[in-house]
Ligand binder design. Structure first.
Ligand SMILES: [Zn+2]
Length: 369
């Protein structure tokens, strides 16, 4: 029997805080396990020390594969001191502590263990284990740029933390810097210059007041937020440059190029827009057969049925479900509220429940195929 918790602890002992990432060292823990279990394993390096791992095992029937995805990078530790060593995989009071416990090394360990367990099941499986997710899906985008070959996918399980409940998607994310130019002058004669900070502030208020009329029954409405502002070069000068960072979260069906055009128009004269991240929204029809399969697997494992929900965060599914189109279900152990916090933890029984649920899903997928 494969020990899920030991795999999770081994992953957590590798510091994969992003930046810089260093995910390759964690991927190298998983690769031999999967290769020994008959998976065709490929490392896709996208920067020094950084890699995605793609593992595929085909059945005799060569049917569309059940795909699992998760990321190996984590966010940094933050400034506050930790009571539990973030890189030791400590277990206390039934909780596995450390950076990446909930987001999302335990989940990766759970689906890897389920896949290793499924040696006797004639199932088509694809595991796409990425780096760089926390800073805009860098690893998944590298896979897309490389046009890596995946088998046809029947459905994606994104193992991000949902407390083992089903989430059907999330908003898209459009991150942009907007640069404002002005004309410098002595601050005692501002009428001789053009103040770039005023331009940025005028635009920031316009972004605050942006209206997105569309509503989604689960995801709500699109939003815009100005999160960063900088500019100027001296306290006694009219600034000739300023910059805003705007984060727009979009709904399924919204055209990102139209949103960018709106931002550019609102930014006005003397501005230029630089899009940093363009990640598509994800939504799966609740009546899709793949959702029913996941719900049936949860039911068989004794989980209580819940109404469909959305995730509050974005995931690699923005990229991967376009690389290999298929329904997406976000389903993983861990508390969403534990993601990115000090003394992050994940319940040990919840990790084991995820591994059991994933195993059930693999068997049900094989039977249904
Ligand atoms: Zn995550």
């Amino acid at each position: 029997m494969i020990d899920t918790i030991e795999i999770a602890r081994a992953l957590m002992r590798v510091d994969t805080c992003n930046p810089p990432g260093n995910e390759q060292a964690a991927a190298q823990i998983l690769a031999p396990l999967l290769a020994d279990a008959g998976f065709a394993v490929e490392h896709h390096c996208f920067a020094p020390g950084r890699a995605n791992l793609v593992a595929v095992r085909r059945s005799r029937r060569m049917r569309p594969a059940l795909a699992f995805t998760g990321h190996l990078d984590t966010v940094p530790l933050g400034a506050a001191p930790w009571r539990h060593d973030p890189f030791a995989g400590e277990i206390a009071s039934g909780r596995l502590y450390g950076r990446g416990a909930s987001d999302m090394k335990a989940a990766v360990a759970a689906f890897v263990a389920a896949a290793l367990d499924a040696g006797g099941v004639d199932a088509d499986l694809a595991l796409v284990i990425t780096g760089g997710e926390e800073r805009g899906c860098e690893g998944a985008l590298a896979l897309a740029r490389a046009k890596i070959a995946l088998p046809e996918i029947a459905g994606w399980i994104v193992a991000e933390p949902t407390s083992n409940a089903i989430a059907l998607g999330h908003k898209g994310a459009l991150f942009s810097f907007i640069h404002f130019a002005g004309v410098s002058a002595h601050s005692s004669t501002p009428h001789l210059g053009v103040n770039a900070i005023y331009r940025a502030c005028t635009a920031a208020l316009a972004f605050r007041d942006m209206d997105f009329p569309a509503r989604h029954p689960v995801l709500g409405q699109a939003t815009a937020n100005v999160g960063l502002i900088d500019g100027g070069h001296a306290p006694n000068a009219v600034p000739d440059r300023a910059r805003l960072h705007v984060d727009v979260r979009t709904l399924p069906g919204m055209d990102h190029s139209e949103v960018l055009a709106r931002l550019a128009a609102l930014a006005g004269d003397g501005s230029s827009l630089e899009c940093i991240h363009d990640l598509a929204p994800v939504w799966t029809d609740p009546t899709a057969p793949f959702v029913a399969l996941c719900a049936a697997a949860r039911d068989a494992e004794g989980h209580v049925a819940e109404p469909p929900r959305g995730a509050s965060f974005f995931t690699d599914a923005s990229v991967l479900s376009r690389l290999a189109p298929a329904p997406v279900v976000i389903l993983g152990p861990g508390e969403p509220s534990q993601a990115h916090v000090t003394d992050e933890w994940c319940g040990v029984t919840e990790i084991e429940a995820a591994r059991s649920l994933y195993g059930r899903l693999i068997r049900m997928h094989a039977d249904a195929a």
